[in-house]
Design a protein around this ligand. Sequence first.
Ligand code: SF4
Length: 352
Amino acid sequence: MSWHISPKVKGLLKKGEDLTGLNQEEAEFLLQLAIESKETYALMETANRISRDQFGNKGENQYHIGINVEPCPFNCKFCSLAKSAGIFTTAIPFSNDDIINWATNAEVKNADGLNIMTTGTYSFDRLLEVGKMLREKVSTPLVANTRDINHKEGEQLLDAGFVGAYHAVRLGEGEDTPFKREKRIKTIQVIKDVGLSWMNCVEPVGPEHGIKEIAELMVMARDYSATYSGVMRRINFPGSPFEPFGMITEREMARMVAVSRLVMGAVPRAHCLHEPSPLSLIAGGNLFFPEVGASPRDSAADTEKGRGTSIEECRQMFRETGWDPDLPSNCFEAVSTIEMTAEKESLKAALY
Ligand code: SF4
């Protein structure tokens, strides 16, 4: 059997190996490769190899804790917590004890970060209190996953003990959500300006999304130096307005994870995917989000009792695919001053 792949793909994989990153047109080309083709398997092999080299075989568990359930008035169409989804009709704030128990359990199981998620109108002061409370109880790095923020609020997150913030410009932003894309990008600027690490994902990917829109967000994550930025597929909750479109498969997600890995070049410290799937762990992915508490993909108030994947299951998937979840995280090493200054200059040039 021969193993010939097209010269064009070969050239792009060489760029991937050299960690130079891919541009929009190149990403779009790779996103269209046939799923069963030799080129797709070669793409995933390259992404797998560069991730293992660059991340030293570390498997990252960034532990998602959704600290409140609420019928959210922002009504993002893909979100099960949206009021319009009709799944949750009353607010369910989880107690301090619940949050501390989840965090300490995660720490005992070597979680690499705690991703503290709130719904869109959750009290920002309360989020700061949760940060301060957790700082007293655990040493695992805290990442905020909340609404758009200004510089003052970014500084407050730092003071409360957060070292990073997850914030994404979503696919369909402004159409499937009430938020302006520009405002989401400004928040990313705020996160970078105040010195929080910026975490991202191209999300929530469904079969109806065009490759142009997907590739654009991949390239943006690289240009804005995300700590990690892989792919999350959209999960259709029962009654989701997206049910007629279906969902992309784990295999299609793995191909996308591989493309985004090559797009990111030398920039990332890890490469995420959601929901956890072993297929993407042999296609460049090395970061999972085990989940407890509220989840925008679930109809169970506590996703630990629903579709959330436990940290034990994530650790097992890493082990089965040759990643070590017990190595130290690569995500929170200090960024040098020179690197930060260069990043800020390029961000400002892109925005203004
Ligand atoms: S994604 Fe966030 S802001 Fe949008 S409806 Fe869900 S909780 Fe609210």
